[in-house]
Design a protein around this ligand. Sequence first.
Ligand code: HEC
Ligand code: HEC
Length: 322
Amino acid sequence: MKTSTFNPIDSALNYRDVAKASVVLRQPRGREVKAMLVLVVVFVVVGLLGVSAWGSILKVSTRVSQTGGWSADMDLPALFPADQPPEPELDGATFVVGKQLFGATCASCHGMSGLGVANLGKNLVISRWMKAQSDLQLVEFIKRGRGVEDPLNTTKVPMPPRGGNAAFTDVHITQITAYLRGLQDPRRVPAILPTPAPLVLPAALPTGPMASLPGIDDSEYDASSIREGQKLFMASCVSCHGPDARGIAKLGKDLVKSPFFNATDDEKMLAFMKSGRPASDPANTTKVDMPPKGGNPALSEEGLGSIIAYLRYMHEQDKKHG
Ligand code: HEC
Ligand code: HEC
């Protein structure tokens, strides 16, 4: 009777049989060849998937770095496909002035590169809505703004008329529009740009009962600083804190009644205004950024000092007259 187990004490013939059998076993047979083929196919498929996934990862990460964040627009075709010719080149002089105006007024909510600021303005670079507007329509939109009651408003944060600067004329806004077009399609920006003259930011004339600065000559604070401060406030802070510094819902706080402002000395207040208070700061209560220098990097310490004098005067008047 044959046993299936190998006994080394068995005959030399058995040894030879076993050696032969093991050689046969080490050679791939039909079934193993098939299994190996299946494995090769699986590796190839996984490899290809990996390569294509890597491609999309690269594409998405490029879009994220270009647009500054994740967006539902990411899966849509490119706004300005590279294989389609750009619109005509922009006028360099108009573009650079537009950039200055944008930097001083719109950047506080939309960021200098137009990528948007969390809880404030939208990303304009990837805005399909903006691309669809003609230049004239865009100018009209910027003049009008978009209140929270507007059905097109998706953020529940207001886009103030003229970005909050009522002194902007159609010319200023046309210049800003040129800058916006260049942000969206950099191919339209001339390779050589002129150096613009230093910006004199137009400031809105104040309105309301405090516009004429009543009682300024009896104020404890220097009248010319107050006047200068009012002008600068109307240019740089008004978009979020409102024309009378009483705050705008969902944007900046009331500064006239602010316990923090009124309890902080000039030096500390200057330091605060220079650094701002981002939404991530534990002291921030609104979850909206107070940008450094109110978003206008061109404001000097002297200018900020005048704004402080203006706000001290506003508080003084409020205490006197309620
Ligand atoms: C105080 C903050 C603030 C300032 C300053 C501001 N914006 Fe806006 N802007 C917004 C908000 C918020 C929205 C989005 C409103 C919404 O939900 O539709 C917006 C929307 C827009 C849009 C429409 C984008 C879209 O896709 O719907 C354009 C264009 C725009 N702003 C341009 C400007 C320009 C130009 C300036 C400067 C003159 C400016 N903004 C200043 C807050 C601001
Ligand atoms: C883009 C909007 C925006 C602009 C522009 C802006 N601020 Fe503010 N500011 C805020 C917000 C939002 C807060 C409140 C932050 C918080 O929740 O603590 C704030 C807070 C402040 C406070 C502290 C008030 C308090 O009670 O805590 C001062 C002072 C202030 N801003 C001054 C200014 C001045 C001066 C300017 C102009 C140079 C300016 N801001 C421009 C949004 C703005």
